[in-house]
Design a protein around this ligand. Structure first.
Ligand code: ADP
Ligand code: ZN
Length: 624
């Protein structure tokens, strides 16, 4: 479409960014997207979590409404989040509403009336609602009057069967194109893979839309993968050392583990809550609300938790169990640090993870070709976990992006010592072979390592394994070292774990190459308890941490502002970050404003918030 004089211009969009949202600059491709859509173009937006997708449709919606083009419909499957999303727009002075099953029929009727009167700029609705005959009839009426401005289809990967969030209702959205061909549509998602992308284009008929593909890098997230020794204790140390009082998410694989870890964290004085699909839905909702609204809650959860959670100040995501693939890992860790401030992605990973994940694939009823694909994806994640070079380079290259070592992952910050485990690997493999030869039986990892290290256990004696020629050939290795080598061998597929037979170890096709010395096994030096990392600069005192460096008085102001914000958030029944982000409060605390003018130009204070809160803020920071 060609921009005409009456169409919103670059300046209009920029003015809205500053005036409504209080931000000085667009991020990355936001400006191009916003302009394109405001001018009536169709768009596909692929942007990582935290990239700033919301503004990509909110600003065109506001610009087009101001130009008299009427209503924008935002389609999202995340009903539970609509209330807060709309609340955030109200705080910024934008007229918005939502229609979903949480409203009474009377409330829904009121919203419909406002919509038909043209009183709403952005309407959030679930896909099943949008495609009802009743709602379509209302859209017809708006459309006939030229008051249907834009469709924004959020979480657009839900249309794809390949994704993990397939929602059949999304398929019905083709009606939008068929019925309102002239109304621009944009689809947004953080799921980047090619299959999903092709599906979105086809299913939502966006073949002619302009695609905006962002870098998937999240530079503020620090990736760390540690070797699992006593996972729970490692997690406790990690939280105590780096994230006291911070909001975070801890992912575990099973419901049972979620419950027990949450309990352990609570006992350690951490404000932790469990979340999994087995909890009563009311309780689950209540825990989610507390996570969003209270400060410093740690959610211990299965992967049932997190989709669409747009809390910007999640400071860490920890994995106590390994996800299935890099896509899952990246999506889950991506929930940290949406506000752009430093955040951690931390994972503890061990032999058992490798065994479990392999077993789940082996035991699944899927077709062989599909299992093979799953194994390939798991292998990529294992390679990431075992890597001794930059984690980010590997992650990004998995998504097809080339990059340079990042300086913000464990391997960049503390390059690990590498040792050659080939010799140990051959000793382990030949022991598995000898056991098999002598007794026709297979044994588990513990027993094999005992033989290699020459330990005369009861079991060793029972089976006469001290007579094996490999007994004690690896006496110089620690158990931790051998465990690392075995993990690597299993990760490489050079040892198989038979889940049907007590997790016993077997040789595979690939074992031969290692035995013959054709393949070397490189390992990171096992660091069971990593030495304390330096606290990040600006971390402040233990009592309260601010996202930027503040002096004593500044920290006091920051604390006072946070207390004030909590009160306002409670009154408005909204999460605190919807009122002001931490970064905004910290900037105010640093500037110590005395007048309205002093508040100008602080990121995150738009016109409406200035009007609503400036007096209170000035009062709060003037208290000595
Ligand atoms: P996404 O939906 O892509 O995960 P959001 O739209 O929730 O991301 O944006 C993430 C955070 O970044 C939000 O808190 C938002 O206010 C902030 N943000 C987005 N764009 C900008 C910008 N241009 N300048 C400053 N902050 C921004
Ligand atoms: Zn790095």
């Amino acid at each position: 479409m060609i921009a005409t004089d009456s169409s919103p211009t670059r300046q209009t969009c920029h003015a809205i960014l500053q005036e409504v949202f209080g931000y000085a600059q667009f991020r990355g491709p936001q400006q191009a997207i916003v302009e394109h859509v405001a001018n009536g173009g169709d768009a596909l937006v692929l942007m990582p979590t935290g990239g700033g997708k919301s503004l990509c449709y909110q600003i065109p919606a506001i610009a087009r409404a101001r130009a008299g083009q009427g209503l924008t419909i935002v389609i999202s499957p995340l009903i539970a989040l609509m209330h807060d999303q709309v609340g955030a727009l109200h705080e910024a002075g934008v007229s918005a509403a939502f229609l979903n099953s949480t409203l009474s029929s009377d409330e829904a009727y009121q919203v419909e009336q406002r919509m038909l009167r043209g009183d709403i700029t952005l309407l959030y609705a679930a896909p099943e609602r949008v495609t009802t005959p009743r709602f379509l009839a209302q859209l017809d009426s708006l459309h006939d009057r030229g008051q249907l401005s834009l469709f924004a289809i959020d979480e657009a990967h839900c249309v794809s069967q390949w994704g993990h969030d397939f929602r059949p209702e999304y398929r019905a959205l083709t009606v939008l194109h068929e019925r309102y061909a002239g109304v621009p549509r944009m689809a947004l998602t953080a799921t980047a893979d090619d299959l999903t992308r092709a599906d979105i284009l086809e299913r939502l008929q966006l073949q002619d839309a302009r695609a905006f593909v962002s870098s998937f890098d999240r530079p503020n997230i620090r990736y760390t993968i540690v070797e699992k020794t006593d996972g729970t204790q490692q997690l406790l140390r990690f939280i105590a050392r780096e994230h006291e009082g911070n909001a975070g998410i801890v992912y575990c694989q099973s419901r049972k583990k979620v419950e027990s870890i949450a309990e352990t964290l609570v006992e350690a004085g951490i404000n932790a809550l469990p979340y999994h699909a087995g909890l009563d839905s009311k309780l689950r909702q209540q825990h989610q609300d507390r996570f969003l609204r209270e400060e410093g809650v740690v959610m211990v959860a299965t992967i049932a938790f997190g989709m669409g959670i747009d809390k910007p100040d999640v400071r860490f995501v920890a994995h106590l169990d390994m996800p299935k693939n890099i896509e899952g890992y990246y999506q889950e860790t991506g929930r940290a640090g949406r506000d752009g401030l430093p955040a951690d992605a931390w994972m503890a990973y061990g032999l058992q993870d490798v065994v479990n994940q392999r077993r789940m694939i082996d035991e699944s009823p899927a077709a062989d070709a599909f299992k093979q694909a799953l194994r390939g994806k798991l292998d990529a994640l294992l390679a990431l976990a075992e890597a001794t070079d930059c984690r980010r380079v590997r992650l990004l290259s998995y998504f097809g992006e080339a990059s340079q070592p990042c300086g913000n992952c464990d391997n960049c910050l503390h390059p690990p010592a590498v040792w050659d485990g080939t010799d140990a690997a051959r000793k382990l493999l030949s022991t598995i072979y000898r056991i098999q030869q002598s007794s026709g039986m297979a044994f588990g990892a513990g027993h094999v390592m005992d033989i290699v290290r020459g330990k005369t256990t009861e079991k060793v004696t029972q089976y006469g394994h001290e007579a094996l020629s490999t007994f004690g050939i690896g006496a110089g290795f620690t158990e931790l070292q051998l465990r690392g080598v075995l993990r690597q061998l299993i990760a490489m597929g050079a040892v198989a774990v038979d889940a049907q037979a007590f997790n016993t170890l077997q040789l595979t096709e690939q074992s031969r190459a290692v035995l013959k010395g054709e393949v070397s096994v490189q390992l990171r030096e096992s660091v069971s308890a990593p030495t304390d990392r330096k606290r990040r600069s600006g971390a402040g005192s233990a009592a309260i941490k601010a996202p930027i460096a503040l002096d004593g008085a500044g920290l006091e102001r920051y604390a006072a502002l946070k207390a004030w914000r909590a009160e306002v958030a409670r009154e408005h029944n909204l999460p605190a970050y919807v009122i002001f982000h931490d970064a905004t409060l910290a900037a105010i605390a640093k500037r110590a404003p005395q007048t309205l003018d002093d508040l100008q130009g602080i990121s995150g204070i738009g016109a409406k918030k200035l009007e609503a809160y400036a007096q209170a803020v000035l009062r709060v920071v003037s208290i000595d």
